[in-house]
Design a protein around this ligand. Sequence first.
Ligand SMILES: *[C@@H]1O[C@H](CO)[C@@H](O)[C@H](O)[C@H]1NC(C)=O
Ligand SMILES: *[C@@H]1O[C@H](CO)[C@@H](O)[C@H](O)[C@H]1NC(C)=O
Ligand SMILES: *[C@@H]1O[C@H](CO)[C@@H](O)[C@H](O)[C@H]1NC(C)=O
Ligand SMILES: *[C@@H]1O[C@H](CO)[C@@H](O)[C@H](O)[C@H]1NC(C)=O
Ligand SMILES: *[C@@H]1O[C@H](CO)[C@@H](O)[C@H](O)[C@H]1NC(C)=O
Ligand SMILES: *[C@@H]1O[C@H](CO)[C@@H](O)[C@H](O)[C@H]1NC(C)=O
Ligand SMILES: *[C@@H]1O[C@H](CO)[C@@H](O)[C@H](O)[C@H]1NC(C)=O
Ligand SMILES: *[C@@H]1O[C@H](CO)[C@@H](O)[C@H](O)[C@H]1NC(C)=O
Ligand SMILES: *[C@@H]1O[C@H](CO)[C@@H](O)[C@H](O)[C@H]1NC(C)=O
Length: 385
Amino acid sequence: MAPSQFPQPQDSLGKQYPLVDTAKAEPRGCFSFRRKRTWFIFCSVLLVVAIALGVGIGVGLTRGSSSGSASSFPSTQSTPLTNGTNATTGSFWKPPAGTSWQIVLEYPLNDTSPNVDVFDIDLFDNPNSTISALHALNRSVICYFSAGSYENWRPDADQFNSSDYGKELDGWPGEYWLNTNSTNVRRIMSARLALAASKGCDGVDPDNVDGYNNANGLGLTASDAVDYMTFLANGSHSLGMALGLKNAGEILNQTIDMMQWEVNEQCVQYDECGTFRPFIVADKPVFHIEYPNSAPDVSPTTKAKICDDSSAQGFSTVIKNMDLDNFVINLESGLGSPVMDIVSAIESSPRHIPVQDVDRRKDDVGIFISIAKGADFKLSWKTER
Ligand SMILES: *[C@@H]1O[C@H](CO)[C@@H](O)[C@H](O)[C@H]1NC(C)=O
Ligand SMILES: *[C@@H]1O[C@H](CO)[C@@H](O)[C@H](O)[C@H]1NC(C)=O
Ligand SMILES: *[C@@H]1O[C@H](CO)[C@@H](O)[C@H](O)[C@H]1NC(C)=O
Ligand SMILES: *[C@@H]1O[C@H](CO)[C@@H](O)[C@H](O)[C@H]1NC(C)=O
Ligand SMILES: *[C@@H]1O[C@H](CO)[C@@H](O)[C@H](O)[C@H]1NC(C)=O
Ligand SMILES: *[C@@H]1O[C@H](CO)[C@@H](O)[C@H](O)[C@H]1NC(C)=O
Ligand SMILES: *[C@@H]1O[C@H](CO)[C@@H](O)[C@H](O)[C@H]1NC(C)=O
Ligand SMILES: *[C@@H]1O[C@H](CO)[C@@H](O)[C@H](O)[C@H]1NC(C)=O
Ligand SMILES: *[C@@H]1O[C@H](CO)[C@@H](O)[C@H](O)[C@H]1NC(C)=O
């Protein structure tokens, strides 16, 4: 499930920037990206200007240290309600912050070409062969399933009792909030974890664990969610698999020690990326999705805005459409403001040069700002420990 979409990308993205250009960006697929882990982040922005058409624009820009954003999130956590023996210990995959990814849940994965470290795919829809093919390509695999909702189309749907579930999820027909206390529900979820392990998944992405935030009809609370995440952590880790938290920022502090990553939807749109920074501080990825409603046509301004959210620095950001199909744009979040400032400066220059695209390119660290055929600014930066 995922909440609502950008109503109007340019207008809903805070500060207004002049948008001269209306050209649509071509999706370019995924780009590999490696980032050194960071505690103190120094950004220096370097503009390499390749200019065609005799357009003379000289821009120099230097960013100071932004280490304050990292150090303002102490990594002290509250005590989990329970702490199963294997909830925090064990031998399983532990990806670092900045790990790149792609997520496809709409259909069985049929495009393994994106040059990223991790694929998040549906547990039931994908055969073992897809997971082994990804492993052969040196990709890690996260298997998605809904842990907090009953979905009436899943192969094990007939094992749920009607007493196990409450209200239907708003906007998701056929899907109902689950009573995560139910021993029957936990038995089914243990079987799903075992299925994931048998398929060779490196980790699992259990969705809908924030029923407490929704009209669930069962009285689910945040404490129930912490207890359920502890159950899932023990189960995954016992089977040698990693797992992550999905949204659920309210229980981050109580569960982060047991989690290997966060999967977040729309924290830029809802201005809440800061909530998830403790994962970056702990050198764990924040797999972050934004869903501009125009996708797959995403304006340079919308991309620049997503790049600019300084509280998302170091997040593994993708732009997707709500279907979570093959379409993806990988961007680098959290530069502060230079991307938008530069887009704005270029477009409002006396020559009204349209910005055509803002994008990351394969095997490169930085953002390209394309202003005309063959004329690109490369905005790059260096991140140091
Ligand atoms: C949970 O387990 C971890 C690893 O064994 C340990 O460091 C931590 O203190 C435990 N927390 C509680 C509340 O028992
Ligand atoms: C942790 O999971 C293992 C394997 O599923 C199970 O045997 C054990 O009882 C669980 N421990 C706790 C404390 O839940
Ligand atoms: C992947 O599968 C979907 C659904 O069947 C299909 O629409 C799409 O064209 C396929 N893409 C590729 C690259 O095969
Ligand atoms: C496999 O991927 C990991 C990162 O996920 C990387 O560190 C390693 O160098 C890759 N190995 C090869 C042989 O490409
Ligand atoms: C729930 O279903 C299981 C089998 O799917 C059954 O063993 C159990 O008795 C049922 N519990 C209730 C309360 O109906
Ligand atoms: C493939 O997955 C099934 C579960 O769907 C599992 O039982 C089986 O052991 C797996 N086979 C291989 C070769 O990994
Ligand atoms: C789940 O169990 C806990 C502990 O017994 C209880 O406090 C809580 O109210 C239960 N939650 C639901 C939704 O039944
Ligand atoms: C903890 O996990 C290990 C594998 O990592 C497993 O051998 C062991 O049985 C588990 N212990 C419990 C109590 O679940
Ligand atoms: C988590 O802990 C941080 C640091 O102590 C605090 O700022 C934040 O408000 C906490 N989050 C929640 C949801 O309690």
